[in-house]
Write a protein that binds this ligand. Structure first.
Ligand code: NAD
Length: 500
């Protein structure tokens, strides 16, 4: 059985400790590889390599840096299919969906290719007599990224191209459940001409994360994962004086108003709830539906849910694959059961779903639960599976109240034909990313991504302009090159210089 290793200073490196854990193909339930779990010593080694590489990489001319990014972009595009198949094998998602994930990551790389322009500073000539002022941004040093299982390519690409383009060196701690994509990316970075040590991977679990959070030579930490861990990362790394952005979990509501095109809304809800088996931080897991159209919507949604083709993600025609682990399947099925006990109505029950030929796979069928109330456990928990709750409301105002009472604030969407309702919704809802007749409003790469409330801890959203800012710090130079005849006596006044 192959051992999945770290990537340190341009090569695969075995972990220094003994611990390993299995990696599965979730469609078959079979173990496909062992993952070597890292130690604090491995983190030390990766950080030392990154710190050494920083000296040269941060001084690379911008054009030369951009050339590496452009080559990386080309390689990523050329290897999309291969990478998508690898992701599908370890994550379970459908290959075309995995290719879509690579595509969204690629967009961040393309944004980062514009680094010479993005890092241009500002200049004020003659801010005072004979005085010019200019500001620019410099990299932080060694920065780390800790990523979740559900986007093993896209989320590392939300971070690493931005960090590297801005002159930092990077240590990635990928999810231990689908770790192989990180090594594929490392290989492409190397082929693109990135110097050794600029991009490193340390595989592992909490032991590695804690070593990162406490490492004196790591300047900043980007995290994407569940809310309890995001809170922990933010608190721990902040206490160590690090810059932190920690994106957490979600409960995303899709509001369907009575004036919406119902078929269109149902199509969008089906894809947004069951795509990637609901394992997306922007998945719609709650349909908030105006009473007058709720019966019709539930009927149509149930029909669509029953028609979803569930099988291994590499099979032709697959709409949805398995969930990530046997434990995830058990947890999701438990939450479906809780809905029944809490008094909600199970319209389509995905428990006990089996796929012929894949009997060992971790499959949960699409599930529709009607008449869910905010007090129900299935509503309070982030299910992270192919489950959609239907919450019935009297209209827009109640829908907004439901969303605003929820502790999460990642994404939301409204389906309506009224511009007035859409505008009220977008202004009143306390959520970071909003779709109007768009189910999964993940911002394009040149707008930053981030939620509110329990979906993000820290000041900074990820990638886009806020990503540039997160990975750099500003310097302002005020300079005077006095002409001989303009030399003046010492002045003891602090202000007013710019008025002269
Ligand atoms: P997770 O929080 O379990 O793991 C994320 C990372 O944290 C992994 O690298 C893991 O090894 C590490 N980790 C886990 N437990 C830890 C601990 N006790 N101490 C230190 N580190 C620990 O998340 P996951 O299950 O891999 O991913 C799914 C979650 O991520 C969902 O909650 C989803 O909403 C969220 N997510 C959020 C976004 C977003 O943009 N807000 C994007 C993707 C995923």
């Amino acid at each position: 059985m192959s051992l999945i290793t770290h990537w340190i200073h341009g090569k695969r490196v075995e972990p220094s400790g003994e611990r390993t854990q299995p990696v599965f193909n979730p469609a078959t339930g079979e173990e496909t590889a062992r993952l070597g779990l890292g130690t604090a010593a491995d983190v030390d080694r990766a950080v030392a390599s990154a710190a050494e590489a920083f000296e040269a990489w941060s001084q690379y001319p911008l054009g030369k840096r951009a050339a590496v990014l452009f080559r990386f972009r080309e390689l990523l595009a050329a290897h999309t299919d291969e990478l998508a198949r690898l992701v599908s094998r370890e994550h379970g998602k459908v290959v075309s969906d995995a290719a879509g994930e690579v595509g969204r990551g690629l967009e961040v790389v393309e944004f980062a290719c514009g680094l010479p322009h993005l890092l241009k500073g500002e200049y004020s000539e003659q801010a005072a007599t004979g005085v010019d002022v200019f500001s620019f941004r410099e990299p932080l040093g060694v920065v780390a990224g800790i990523t979740p299982f559900n986007f093993p390519v896209m989320v590392p690409l939300w971070m690493s191209p931005m960090a590297i383009a801005t002159g930092n060196t990077f240590v990635l701690k990928p999810s231990e459940r689908d770790p192989s994509a990180s090594l594929f990316l490392a290989d492409l970075w190397q082929k693109a001409g990135l110097p050794d040590g600029v991009f490193n991977v340390v595989q592992g679990d909490k032991e590695v994360v804690d070593a990162i959070l406490h490492h004196d030579d790591i300047a900043a930490v980007s995290f994407v994962g569940s809310t309890p861990i995001a809170k922990y990362i933010h608190a721990t790394a902040s206490a160590q004086g690090k810059r932190v952005q920690a994106l957490g979990g979600a409960k995303n509501h899709g509001v369907v108003l009575a004036d919406a095109d119902l078929d269109d809304a149902v199509n969008h809800l089906t894809a947004a709830a069951f795509g990637a088996a609901g394992e997306r931080c922007m998945a719609i897991s709650v349909a908030v539906v105006e009473d007058s159209v709720a019966d019709a919507l539930v009927e149509k949604l149930a029909a669509k849910a029953r028609a979803v083709k569930v099988t291994s993600g590499d099979q032709p025609g697959a709409d949805m694959g398995p969930v990530i682990t046997a434990a995830a399947k058990e947890r999701i099925e438990g939450l479906i059961g809780s809905a029944e006990r809490d008094g909600a109505e199970l319209v389509v029950d995905g428990r006990g779903h089996t796929v012929p030929g894949y009997e060992g796979g971790f499959f949960v069928g699409p599930t529709v639960i009607d008449r869910v109330a905010p007090a129900h456990e299935v509503y309070r928990e982030e299910v992270f599976g192919p489950v959609i709750d239907v919450v019935r409301v009297s209209g827009l105002a109640e829908a907004i109240d439901v969303i605003n009472a929820n502790p999460y604030g990642n994404g939301t969407a409204v389906f309506t034909s009224s511009g007035e309702s859409a505008r009220t919704f977008q202004r009143e809802v306390k959520v970071g990313m909003i779709g109007v007749n768009v189910p999964i409003p993940v911002p394009v790469a040149w707008h930053s991504f981030g939620g509110w409330k329990d979906s993000l801890f820290g000041e900074s959203h990820i990638y886009g302009p806020e990503g540039i800012k997160f990975y750099t710090r500003g310097k302002v130079v005020t300079q005077r090159w006095p002409h001989r005849e303009q030399r003046a006596d010492a002045s003891f006044h602090f202000s007013g210089d710019s008025q002269k």
